[in-house]
Design a protein. Structure first.
Length: 408
């Protein structure tokens, strides 16, 4: 077990880290939200950081739906290229400043499409901010002299499980044009449109868009509704990660893996909750769950664990010590610690790793493996050879810091 000395915080801050599950619209600075809202005459429930942290970005939420309410405010200031670029730029630096060397930021481009900006404009603006921050960080002398590894990033596009009038101009148009179609068919079509646009942005514009995800309220909107879009993503060699098992049971995770070709699972909290299985044809629920967990372990399908976020969206968990991460760890599943939303959950990746280390009694080896596996299971935007070279640099730097802090 890791010695809980005072140096552990400094060590965890300095080591190279990843965040493979983090939403851009859930991670903008509160001060920037206020600044951009004032400039755009956008109404907020408060124009002070303390007020927003009390009313919107709370310490605890009733459930996932309550947790998602704050996104209506953040998305409202992300409706032009200048704001998107600024938010992305600040987001990147917030990560780099705490030792994150690689992140995969995800967001739903269709939430930001309007009469002033196309979907290409949206992803281009976000990438412009990220690329600017990356260039500045990698210009540091210590990086140029290879004393520390460079920073890198990728973008994951989120399709929305469902959408309703008022969520965005784009979705309003979709609902109006297809007003005689069933809702789920419209949701599916929007996902197909998204992956088509992202394929063009990657292949023709050269943007580092590496994967597809679905986000939003999980209950009532199963992964299978978006199978066509994920089939297209699969055929175009995109990676796939799916929010599943966050607010619904093991069947959601099963669908994500078998129907949507998921390489990783976002949250996956209810993987072991056989009591949440709704399919009456599954007689031996415990066996079903065990088989599913073994399949995930064997295929090395990585679970993106978001500890603080899970506590906030699932109040029934209670204490962090009761989090299902312990079962994931005991089952030797492939996991990586993530933030989910830096602002909405009032956290950062260093805090999340500290929480995991302190609660689940990581050994030095387990900590190192967990950190390095985040890089290995990333959807790295370069070639496999480039990824291996990058991961080796990360390992070398990690071991250098281990010696510096006397941890080996």
């Amino acid at each position: 077990m890791i010695n809980s000395s005072n140096s552990i915080h400094d060590f965890l801050t300095d080591i190279p880290k990843t965040d493979l599950h983090v939403h851009l619209d859930g991670s903008l600075r509160v001060s920037t939200l206020i600044e951009l809202a004032k400039a755009g005459n956008i109404k907020l429930p408060s124009y002070t950081e303390s007020g927003l942290n009390e009313i919107v970005f709370k310490d605890q939420y009733k459930d996932l739906m309550d947790y998602l309410q704050g996104f209506s405010y953040t998305v409202s200031v992300m409706q032009n290229p200048e704001n998107l670029e600024q938010i992305a730029y600040e987001f990147a630096w917030d990560n780099f400043n705490e030792g994150v060397r690689y992140f995969e930021v995800r967001f739903a481009p269709q939430l930001h499409v309007n009469s002033h900006q196309s979907i290409e404009d949206v992803v281009t603006a976000v990438n412009k901010g990220l690329a600017k921050a990356k260039k500045e960080f990698n210009a540091k002398t210590t990086v140029l002299n290879e004393e520390e590894p460079p920073a890198n990033y990728a973008i994951i596009a989120c399709a929305m499980r469902a959408f309703f009038p008022g969520m965005s101009e784009y979705f309003n148009t979709m609902l109006e044009i297809h007003r005689f179609s069933k809702s789920k068919k419209i949701f599916s079509l929007a996902s197909v449109e998204l992956i088509g646009a992202m394929t063009k942005a990657r292949d023709e514009l050269g943007l580092p868009i590496v994967g597809l995800d679905i986000a939003g309220a999980e209950k009532g909107y199963p992964p299978e509704d978006h199978k066509e879009a994920f089939d297209i993503a699969h055929k175009n060699f995109f990676k796939k990660t799916v929010h599943a098992g966050e607010a619904y049971g093991p069947e959601s995770i099963f669908q994500a893996i078998t129907l949507l070709h998921a390489d990783r699972i976002g949250n996956g909290y209810y993987l072991f909750s056989y009591n949440k299985i709704k399919d009456e044809s599954i007689i031996d629920k415990e066996r079903y769950v065990n088989s599913l967990a073994q399949y995930i372990a064997d295929r090395r399908i990585t679970i993106e664990v978001c500890l603080t976020s899970n506590l906030q969206t699932n109040p029934e968990i209670g204490e962090i010590s009761r989090h299902e991460f312990r079962k994931m760890k005991d089952a030797r599943l492939s996991t990586t610690i993530c933030t989910d939303n830096r602002t909405v959950s009032k956290t950062n990746i260093t805090k999340e790793i500290e929480l995991a280390v302190a609660t689940f009694h990581f050994t030095e080896t387990e900590l190192k493996n967990s950190i390095i596996y985040g890089f290995k299971r990333s959807f790295f935007p370069g070639t496999y050879k480039e990824k291996r070279i990058y991961v080796r640099k990360i390992i070398n730097y990690y071991e250098k810091l281990q010696k510096k802090y006397g941890r080996i």
